[in-house]
Write a protein that binds this ligand. Structure first.
Ligand code: NDP
Ligand code: MG
Length: 386
């Protein structure tokens, strides 16, 4: 059997580099055919020298000439910009796309990939947050497979093997609680970027690490689960589990709860998604139950972490609400990382933007594009007043 050809979008990031570890580990099963990054051209060139894809794409136009000059002598095609990335999804030298770019930038290439019959290993949860209804419809229409990389959704997927959708009574998504789980509301007023970037269990890119600190990441994961598993929002709940050993659970109609456990390490869910649920042998350290004598659970605190509430609000409203929440959050997180706003402002900016945006109940792709642009403008203007 020839190896599966894969496009890795966001190859230089946290998920992208771990995916390349796995591709390197199983050369008889996987081959990287296209690598794409945002602006880290040195790392992209280094990856291309090692993995020899047929094409490399960089979003940042100013880095393009260097990429071209380094890679074209090796026979690797190059391109730059968002449109080139989407267009490249029509190439026929790969069948699976791992979407590991961060934020809204994942939507357009994922959509094009689905339209061209590619299977998706989905890390970029923002694609389903922004346009979950449209994307899940496209997945059905084009008959492609969309396998989750996000650890919680991978866990749910694993719990669902051999089960009927009709027997599911509840999806239980675990949350570590982030770096501020035990901080009081007063303490949360003064947390710094440095504090927020210190996640207790997971080592991830900056944006998702801040989303974990506000717990908006968990709200996004509820939305992601709603579309991936076609389960109504009122049957999806979050529970805080500080050890991050149980990656999520499914409760069935007979009361049984199935869980998937493992160390907090993304190699497992990435490997499971690329292998399309075939279990491949791990090379990293795996868990020993005795090392975790205590697994604990807490109710999430919607007062200290009000961003959690955006999940049910977005799913109850439907339409463009989640797209607006995502856009405002991306602008707010960038401002927080740039130390232009305080941590608590992230919630205020999303709330303000929602309150100042129109609403479309049945959006199509162009609506998402327009609402994303407009919500960013509203959020940015509000930041200037803070
Ligand atoms: P990182 O910030 O580490 O990496 C992001 C990647 O996307 C980088 O390769 C970056 O390139 C690239 N990129 C950024 N902007 C663009 C763009 N406009 N066009 C093309 N590529 C771009 O993020 P993570 O790996 O942490 O997260 C990636 C996605 O996976 C997110 O949606 C996140 O929510 C999700 N996820 C991540 C988990 C994790 O453990 N990290 C767990 C579960 C989900 P460059 O390096 O050049 O900037
Ligand atoms: Mg997750």
């Amino acid at each position: 059997m020839s190896p599966k050809n894969i496009a890795v979008l966001g190859s230089t990031g946290s998920i992208g580099t771990q995916a390349l570890d796995i591709i390197a580990e199983y050369p008889h099963l996987f081959r990287a055919r296209l690598l794409a990054a945002g602006s880290n051209v040195d790392k992209l060139v280094e990856q291309c020298r090692r993995f020899r894809p047929s094409m490399a794409i960089i979003a940042d136009q100013s880095k393009y000439s260097y990429l071209r000059d380094e890679l074209e002598p090796l026979g690797i095609a190059t391109a730059c910009g968002a449109d080139a990335l989407s267009d490249s999804m029509e190439r026929d030298d790969f069948s699976t796309v791992l979407t590991a770019t961060v934020g809204y930038s994942g939507l357009a290439p994922t959509m094009r990939a689905i339209q061209h019959g590619k299977d998706i290993a989905l890390a970029n949860k923002e694609t389903l947050v922004v346009a979950g209804e449209m994307i899940s419809r496209m997945v059905r229409e084009h008959g492609i497979k969309m396998l989750p990389v996000d650890s919680e959704h991978s866990a749910i997927y694993q719990c669902m093997v051999g089960e009927n959708q009709e027997s599911v009574s509840k999806l239980i998504i675990t949350a570590s609680g982030g770096p501020f789980r035990t901080r009081s509301a007063a303490e949360l007023q003064n947390v710094t970027v440095h504090d927020a970037l210190r996640h207790p269990n997971w080592n991830m890119g900056a944006k998702i690490t801040i989303d974990s600190a506000t717990m908006l990441n968990k709200a996004f994961e509820i939305i992601e689960a709603r579309w991936l598993f076609d389960i109504p929002a009122d049957r999806i709940e979050a529970v805080v589990h500080p050890q991050s050993i149980i990656h999520s659970m499914v409760q069935f109609c007979d009361g049984a709860v199935k869980a998937q456990l493992g160390l907090p390490d993304m190699h497992l869910p990435i490997r499971y998604a690329l292998g399309e649920t075939v279990r491949l042998k791990a090379s990293e350290r795996v868990m020993t139950l005795a090392d975790y004598a205590e697994l604990t659970f807490e109710k999430p605190d919607y007062e200290r972490f009000p961003c959690l509430g955006f999940a049910h609000r977005a799913l109850n409203d439907g339409g463009t609400t989640a797209c607006v929440v995502n856009a405002a959050n991306e602008v707010a997180v960038a401002a927080f990382l740039g130390e232009r706003i305080k941590f608590r402002h992230i919630y205020d900016i999303i709330e303000h933007t929602l309150g100042h945006m129109p609403f479309a109940a049945e959006p199509e792709y162009e609506d998402y594009v327009n609402y994303n642009t407009e919500a960013r403008r509203v959020a940015s203007e509000y930041i200037n007043t803070l």
